[in-house]
Design a protein around this ligand. Structure first.
Ligand code: WAQ
Ligand code: MG
Length: 253
């Protein structure tokens, strides 16, 4: 039996009562592994670089039978000297993926304009850059996803010298997101103060950029650029609820 496991942690109060988002995680795991995974999620919320959580919610649900297998995105690494250069590279990648220049600029403005980290992602139109979801500071949280074969993935990440928790989770998330025919690109940087690497992903791959944020900055976020006229509710449902396992080694998109 497979379970979807979701964790969200905050400080000072629950998210919905204005608390600071500390950490979140979502996995799909075998019943036998649920306890181990839940323990490590709690550990992570207690020992997070954003602060120690005092609100933690864990949700377990059996996964529906209609699991979809999607390919892992190909990874490219780009090094740059500073955030200015990093964001220029990210901008060019977004435009190359089909995001309009104005929408790409709005994406950066949205993320740079945040006064605190969101728990989820903003959905923006890839042509106009206008916000399409109505989730405000919460955003849309992608869940119900995991890697299909953890051992193969682990070995591959180590061989690429990119085996850390950030990459392990972000690449799975980005692969699920890119699989939607209505999402043409994603822009992300972490809300963990020490982690400056961010990425732009699309159906063409996952481009890691070494500096998308200044070290010490606690504000991160994600933007998904959606095709104009798509059904925003259906896309949100796919992101939040549709179970996806990402298959490393499966043919790249
Ligand atoms: N669904 C939607 N948005 C999310 C999710 C999710 N499951 N998880 C995080 N976010 C949003 C939310 O606004 C967070 O504040 C923000 O993203 C950053 O989350 O290749 O660590 O978990 O080296 O801090 C990217 C680079 C790291 C990895 C991203 O994100 C690499 C990272 P974090
Ligand atoms: Mg984080």
């Amino acid at each position: 039996m497979l379970y979807s496991v979701k964790m969200r942690a905050a400080r000072h109060a629950a998210h919905e009562h204005g608390g600071k988002h500390i950490s979140g995680a979502e996995r799909i795991v075998n019943m036998d592994n649920v306890t181990t995974v839940v323990n490590s999620m709690i550990e992570r919320a207690f020992k997070h670089s954003r602060g120690q959580a005092d609100f933690i919610q864990i949700k377990l649900e059996t996964v529906a039978d209609d699991i979809e297998y999607v390919p892992l995105l190909a990874v490219r690494n780009v090094n740059c000297d500073d955030v200015f250069a990093g964001r220029e590279i990210a901008y060019a990648e977004l435009v190359a993926a089909g995001v309009s220049p104005v929408a790409a600029q709005r994406g950066f403005a949205e993320l740079s304009g945040l006064t605190g980290s969101m728990r989820g992602a903003m959905l923006l139109c890839c042509l106009t850059g206008l916000r399409l979801d109505d989730q405000g500071q919460r955003g849309i949280r992608v869940a119900n996803m995991d890697i299909a074969d953890e051992q193969v993935y682990d070995t591959w990440l180590t061989a690429q010298q990119i085996n850390n928790t950030h990459v392990r989770e972000a690449l799975v998330l980005a692969s699920k997101v890119a699989w939607s025919e209505y999402i043409i690109a994603e822009l992300c940087w972490s809300d963990d103060p020490e982690y400056t690497t961010g990425y732009v992903s699309s159906k063409h791959g996952y481009v890691r950029i070494s500096n998308l944020k200044e070290a010490g900055n606690e504000i991160g976020g994600r933007i998904f650029f959606l095709t104009p006229d798509c059904d925003v509710t259906a896309v949100s449902n796919y992101l939040q609820d549709h179970p996806v396992l990402v298959a490393a080694g499966k043919k790249e998109i």
